[in-house]
Design a protein around this ligand. Structure first.
Ligand SMILES: C[S@@+](CC[C@H](N)C(=O)[O-])C[C@H]1O[C@@H](n2cnc3c(N)ncnc32)[C@H](O)[C@@H]1O
Length: 233
């Protein structure tokens, strides 16, 4: 997939090329506070609502979709939220290059691309490998939220999470279809309006997890994006 890069001039936007080290991201926020990550923020509905309700947390919202990043920035500017920054970057690339180990207080993934065709399912972002690798970037007791409108994706992730050493379930069941207080994203709303359920999961990284006993993060490129301006990613 090749995407033409559009210029995003916004104080809420971080150009990937402007970052040197993982700590740079934390330094870009006006206040030092816990850092949470939303992967695939789309048009920014979810992160703006979440960040407005939690000013004591910094949020990094990422997407590979140009217009999504731009519209998220415009929403943040309009609301004058200073605890969210946006990056146009692929999730696995971000983690492996720009996120410090054990630095994230929460990760949110809502309605990720479901890749419904069987032959494309290996392109899904969230799988065993990704979940294991993600543990390295989560603080002890950091939250991991996953939601999907696609039943087969819910089944897949709900089967992997309990088998992955290092996470524990915060819900009484594998998933719930209502999560009070959790903002509704654009895609969630689309499916809810059609009368279809959203499957929510909420896990947490174990406090006592010994990362040195886990394999090093093995973040494979998976389905990649090529930026026309910036070269390969
Ligand atoms: C189906 S949309 C959901 C958007 C939003 N989370 C919502 O619920 O309304 C999935 C989003 O994830 C983004 N995305 C897909 N794969 C990604 C990846 N590997 N890294 C970052 N963003 C990704 C897409 O560009 C798209 O905006």
């Amino acid at each position: 997939m090749t995407q033409r890069v559009i210029q995003i001039d916004s104080p809420c936007f971080i150009e990937r090329e402007s970052l040197q080290t993982p700590t740079d991201i934390a330094n870009r926020f006006p206040k030092r506070q816990p850092l949470a990550l939303e992967i695939g923020c789309g048009l920014g509905h979810f992160v703006t609502e979440l960040a407005a309700a939690n000013p004591q947390t910094n949020y990094l919202a990422i997407d590979i979709y140009n217009k999504g990043c731009l519209k998220t920035c415009r929403k943040l500017e309009a609301l004058e939220l200073d605890n969210v920054l946006v990056m146009r970057i692929e999730a696995r690339y971000l983690l492996s290059h720009y996120i410090e180990k054990q630095s994230l207080s929460a990760v949110y993934i809502n309605c990720p691309d479901p890749w419904p065709k069987k032959r494309h399912r290996s392109r899904r972002l969230v799988g065993s490998n990704f979940l294991q690798s993600l543990l390295h970037y989560l603080q002890p007791e950091a939250d991991f939220f996953f939601s999907t409108d696609f039943f087969n994706y819910a089944e897949q992730v709900a089967a992997i999470l309990p088998e992955t050493t290092g996470y524990h379930n915060c819900l009484p069941t594998n998933w719930v279809t209502e999560l009070p207080g959790y903002p509704v994203s654009k895609y969630m709303q689309r499916f809810l309006d059609l009368g279809q359920p959203i499957y929510f999961m909420h896990y947490r990284r174990d406090k006592e997890l010994q990362l040195e006993k886990l394999p090093e993060p093995d973040i494979r490129p998976g389905f990649r994006v090529r930026w026309e301006r910036a070269g390969n990613e």
